[in-house]
Design a binder for this molecule. Structure first.
Ligand code: IMP
Ligand code: MG
Length: 184
């Protein structure tokens, strides 16, 4: 508590405790689904780094991690539909079981683009894991296997999620005050 950034948050949507519990549930599901396998968890930077770090520590099956950076938003709060690969994976993924870890699924533009790109490299399987899902904003259909919380069309920050690159260090997920991004 007592974070100076708390002042820009209208209300807390998911507390640290709630996030921890839900992440543990997702990890338990992954453990069950990947028993006897060795999945590669691919974190889509930068938003998913906090979720990824908590998730891997709750997963017990052997796994490896890799990172990919894409940019989609600039400093605004809505998707441009334009996805750019800023950093590619470090490892080959052919024949591997992939779990793509995202912070939030919004329009679906980012994940549907990434999915096509990854499929072309012939992995054994690809599943998607997102902490948050805003189904009302979907433009492109994306099949989700693991989803933490479904939320209405709020702009949220914290736990890795940013607005103009800030607020990622808040330990909870909160709704940003519209006044912060020029709304009423
Ligand atoms: P999509 O391509 O529209 O699905 O956008 C997904 C990306 O947009 C996420 O990985 C986030 O980086 C960003 N994003 C979408 N909604 C929010 C939000 O409410 N807060 C912060 N970032 C968001
Ligand atoms: Mg992101």
């Amino acid at each position: 508590m007592a974070h100076i950034l708390d002042n820009d948050v209208e209300r807390v949507l998911f507390s640290e405790e709630e996030l921890k519990n839900r992440v543990a549930e997702i990890a338990a599901q992954i453990d069950k689904d990947y028993a006897g396998k060795e999945p590669v968890l691919i974190s889509v930077l930068r938003g998913s780094f906090v979720f990824m770090a908590d998730l891997v520590r709750q997963i017990h099956v052997p796994c490896t991690v890799d990172f990919m950076a894409v940019s989609s938003y600039g400093a605004g709060t809505s998707s441009s539909g334009q996805v750019k690969i800023v950093k590619d994976l470090s490892e080959q993924i052919e024949g591997k079981d992939l779990i793509v870890v995202e912070d939030i699924l919004d329009s679906g533009n980012t994940l549907s683009y990434l999915l096509k790109l990854l499929q072309a490299r012939k992995p054994a399987s690809v599943r998607l894991c997102t902490l948050l899902d805003k189904p009302s904003r979907r433009v492109k259909e994306v099949e989700l296997t693991y989803s933490g919380f479904s939320i209405p069309d709020y702009f949220v920050v914290g736990y890795g999620l940013d607005y103009a690159e800030k607020y990622r260090n808040l330990p909870y997920i909160g709704v940003l005050k519209p006044s912060v991004y020029g709304g009423e």
